[in-house]
Write a protein that binds this ligand. Structure first.
Ligand SMILES: Cc1cc2nc3c(=O)[nH]c(=O)nc-3n(C[C@H](O)[C@H](O)[C@H](O)COP(=O)(O)O)c2cc1C
Length: 354
């Protein structure tokens, strides 16, 4: 059994063909942002507190938009899970639910939102929307998500267009012909075996803040904007009705050389100023990364690739092992920092830059 999240990547590389592995692992351009998301966590230094009664264990539970989680960790929305393991999104959702974590389901899932709901039982789930050009389809998807018990809608705003991902140019990835995209109403789904770039062609290309405002007031589910790096955009998201923002650069898959998410987080949190919940993804691989994100103002983190690797290697058990490792490391890091609860992870834990 791998002992940490990094160790799942080479196992997944063995389990998958080159195109599928490259699709998951790759980033845009020179992959500088992909590497820097993790490296930036490594540059931050912790200043732990002692004698705070945490040696016997801590309470890492929290809430996200009012829903209780066992730990401040969520599964990021990632597409095409049926191509990584036959059990696809149902396996990931079941793993997350059993551990008390939130699963975010991608628009581009190979399992329907209803089947994922059944697989996760009462588990907390959010639905991620890539808005489609045909507005009626967006309303239809959100109505289905609401009926199936999803508690929030994430609108991803940093794609399209699709990033320049060179690994996919070397080893083109296409969705296997036997897999569909059942969250998307049938009339719009790309036929055959679409490549990721072809799938983006049905998306709304002229998205602007007025769309966010219209959806936030029309849909019952709270709306979270994913893909924010600038404090100005975070403030705009709130002005237009968002209840949360996810500080994300899409795991370095879109615009290369962007700021690392953990470096962007403090200014976004300052702009949001407790008016909404702020989440972060990108490069979270260790419990210490989770604690650093909490200390700098995140409500919870999302993880993408490690969950995909666990799923690819061993289905539900693999996804579960990855998530359980991160939960356990997070509790250990909180205890060693002297934090009895996640609320006690504050900015004083981060050493000032020298
Ligand atoms: C294989 C893969 C597919 C993804 N598909 C989606 C998607 O459908 N929707 C979305 O909003 N983000 C998608 N993302 C981005 C993730 O939600 C998340 O932002 C990113 O993976 C976080 O970085 P990490 O992989 O370093 O944890 C995808 C990421 C990966 C690795």
């Amino acid at each position: 059994m791998p002992t940490n999240l990094h160790a799942w990547e080479p196992l997944a590389e063995q389990a998958l063909d080159a195109a599928t592995f490259g699709y998951i692992a790759g980033g845009a351009g020179d992959e500088r942002t992909l590497r820097d998301n993790s490296a930036a966590f490594g540059r931050l230094r912790l200043v732990p507190r002692m004698l705070r009664g945490t040696a016997g264990g801590v309470d890492a539970s929290t809430t996200v938009l009012g829903a209780e989680l066992a730990s401040p960790i969520m599964v990021a929305p990632f597409a095409y899970q049926g191509a990584f393991h036959p059990d696809g999104e149902a396996a990931t959702a079941a793993a997350a639910a059993a551990l008390g974590l939130c699963m975010c389901l991608s628009t581009l899932a190979n399992t329907s939102m209803e089947d994922v709901a059944a697989a996760s039982g009462g588990g907390v789930r959010w639905f991620q929307l890539y808005p489609m050009a045909d507005q009626a389809l967006n309303d239809e998807m959100i109505a289905r998500a609401e009926a199936a018990g999803y508690r929030a809608v994430i609108v991803t705003v940093d794609l399209p267009p699709y990033g320049v991902r060179e690994r996919e140019l070397h080893h083109p990835f296409a969705l296997p012909a036997d897999l569909g995209l059942p969250c998307i109403p049938e009339k719009s789904a790309a036929a055959g075996s679409p490549t990721p770039v072809q799938t983006t062609e049905m998306m709304k290309l002229d998205l602007d803040w007025s769309d966010i405002a219209a959806w936030a007031s029309r849909w019952n589910l709270p709306l979270v904007v994913k893909g924010v790096l600038s404090p100005e955009d975070a403030a705009l998201a709130l002005e237009h009705g968002a209840r949360g923002v996810i500080v994300s650069n899409h795991g370095g898959r879109q615009l290369d050389t962007t700021i690392a998410t953990i470096d962007a987080l403090p200014r976004v949190c300052a702009a949001v100023a407790d008016r909404a919940e702020v989440f972060l993804d990108g490069g979270v691989r260790r419990g210490t990364d989770v604690v650093k994100a909490l200390a700098l103002g995140a409500r919870a983190v999302l993880i993408g690739r490690p969950a995909a690797y666990g799923l690819a290697v061993a289905g539900r058990d693999g996804a579960s092992a990855v998530l359980a490792q991160l939960i356990s490391e997070t509790e250990n890091a909180l205890a060693l920092c002297g934090c009895r609860t996640v609320a006690e992870a504050c900015s004083a834990l981060i050493a000032p830059e020298t």
